[in-house]
Every structure is written in structure tokens, then in C-alpha cells.
Design a protein around this ligand. Structure first.
Ligand SMILES: [Zn+2]
Ligand SMILES: [Zn+2]
Ligand SMILES: [Zn+2]
Length: 278
């Protein structure tokens, strides 16, 4: 037999439920935004009033909706604010190898899917800015009293006199210090002499074949910061992007195997434009 509830009974049940919903609020130090149900109710209320504010479900702070990413949800925004999103991402990258690997694959795919767009943008950017910079930096000389950080592998902060001029750049100087620039050039020359031009050969990191359009660097297999040498045995071609993303990470045994076989192949291939060895 089913029992029908009276109106008073229903009202009593509703009241009990709403008191139960308040319970975690008391437990959580009395902050309503720390309780999921309360937070949702507040967010719904704010949205209904058309206010561009939202409570983050991670840091429990009220923030402007512009601090949230767009997302396919009922209010059109993600539940974590951007800062919490970034923090969560960073900690997962550091602690979950599977997550880090999945992310690496995705970002690589995204990078290559947009390669042509990116190339066009950087060409336009340089056209727009280089000429103006040349005029602006026409009288530029290095000031020994001004310091600049090297964007190369050394990362040192050095006086401007340690950088060569490049008037087309915004500050009129090269990104890399003389030492880093020379090391890169030495590596490039050694790599080219031993294995020929990179065009038509594969990048040992992403395994794509180099075209003449992409930026290629001679990568130190054992990083220079850990004592790696500039000689051919320690070098192979890598995309600028792949090289930067590798940082100073040590290679895995598979990567060593791959690069050793590439080196052997290239060194024995007669078709490459190698400089004659003495
Ligand atoms: Zn947050
Ligand atoms: Zn440097
Ligand atoms: Zn690559």
C-alpha cells in the first residue's frame, strides 16, 4: 500500500533536507563557497541576476567570469578558474607520467597542425617590425653598464657588450650571448660536415622529415650544461620547437638507438652535400 504524504509532511522533509545541506557548511569552517551545493546555488543566483562573477570550485574564491575559460556547461564557463586550471595542470604534469605523455602528444599534434599558419604569422611579424627596428636602432651600440639575460643555453645575465648587435631586433641585440651563439654555430658546422644538410633527414625527437621551411638546430644529445661536447658524435638535427621542448632532459635508450642509427646512415650516405674531409 502506498502512502500519500500531506503538504505539511512534504514541507517538513524539504526543511530537513535544506538543514542537512547546511551541515557541511558548518564543518567547513563556515564558508558557504566551500560547500558544493551552496556554491552551485550562489553561482546560479549570480548568473540569474546577470552578474559577471562566479565562484571557483577549486580555490572557492569569487572571481570575474573573465578569469574562467569558456566551457560547454550550463553557464558557459569552466568550474575551475584559469589560475587553478594552470596549477592543477602543472602538478599533474609533474606527478602523473601518463598525463604528461598524453599532453606532450597532443601539444605536438597541435603544433604541427598549425605549422603553416605559424610560419605565415612569423613572416608577417618580422616584415612589420624589422624595418622599424632598423631605423630605431640605427645608432645602437652596446652599453657595458647595462645587463641583459642570455636566451641561449647558458642563461647568464651579462653586460650588453657580451651580445652582438642585431638592429632588426627590438632591443637591437642578439638573443644569445657571443659564447652561446658561437657554440651553436660550431655545433651546426660540425653536424653539417659529418651528416650533411638536414633537409630530407628526420628529426630524432618527433621523427618528422625536415623541409627547407622549418627551423632546424644541431641538438647536443648530451646537453652542454652537463658537459656534452660540440663534436659530431654528440650532435643530430632537431626542430627548433622539439629542441626547446626537450630542455636539458637526458635521452632515453630508445632515442639513443634511433639517433645512433641515423648518424650511421647519414655518415655513409654519399648523396649529401658534405664538405670534403681532409
Ligand atoms: Zn580558482
Ligand atoms: Zn649564453
Ligand atoms: Zn622534431
Amino acid at each position: 500500500m502506498t502512502r500519500t504524504r500531506s503538504a505539511e509532511e512534504k514541507a517538513l522533509r524539504r526543511r530537513e533536507r535544506s538543514i542537512a545541506a547546511l551541515e557541511p557548511w558548518r564543518v567547513n569552517g563556515g564558508h558557504p563557497l566551500k560547500v558544493r551545493e551552496m556554491r552551485t546555488a550562489i553561482n546560479v543566483l549570480l548568473a540569474a541576476k546577470g552578474l559577471p562573477i562566479k565562484a571557483c570550485s577549486k580555490c572557492h574564491k569569487l572571481k570575474a567570469t573573465s578569469a574562467f575559460n569558456r566551457y560547454k556547461s550550463s553557464d558557459g564557463f569552466a568550474s575551475y578558474c584559469r589560475q587553478c586550471n594552470a596549477d592543477t595542470h602543472a602538478s599533474r604534469m609533474a606527478t602523473e607520467p601518463a598525463y604528461a605523455e598524453r599532453n606532450r602528444v597532443w601539444s605536438l599534434a597541435y603544433y604541427w597542425d598549425h605549422a603553416e599558419e605559424r610560419r605565415q604569422y612569423s613572416l608577417d611579424y618580422h616584415r612589420r617590425n624589422r624595418e622599424a627596428n632598423m631605423v630605431k636602432n640605427a645608432d645602437r651600440v652596446q652599453d657595458p653598464n647595462v645587463m641583459k639575460r642570455c636566451k641561449g643555453q647558458c642563461g647568464r645575465t651579462l653586460p650588453e657588450t657580451s651580445f652582438r648587435l642585431d638592429r632588426g631586433n627590438k632591443d637591437g641585440l642578439r638573443f644569445k650571448c657571443r659564447d652561446c651563439a658561437d657554440s651553436s654555430r660550431r655545433a651546426r658546422t660540425a653536424c653539417r660536415n659529418a651528416y650533411g644538410s638536414p633537409v630530407g633527414q628526420p628529426c630524432y625527437l618527433c621523427q618528422k622529415t625536415f623541409t627547407s621551411e622549418v627551423k632546424v638546430q644541431a641538438d647536443h644529445l648530451h646537453p652542454t650544461s652537463l658537459g656534452g661536447a660540440d663534436d659530431a658524435a654528440n650532435l643530430w638535427w632537431a626542430h627548433e620547437y622539439c629542441n626547446i621542448n626537450r630542455h636539458a632532459r637526458l635521452l632515453t635508450p630508445e632515442e639513443w638507438d634511433r639517433v645512433r642509427s641515423l648518424q650511421r646512415q647519414a655518415a655513409s650516405a654519399p648523396t649529401q652535400t658534405k664538405e670534403p674531409t681532409p
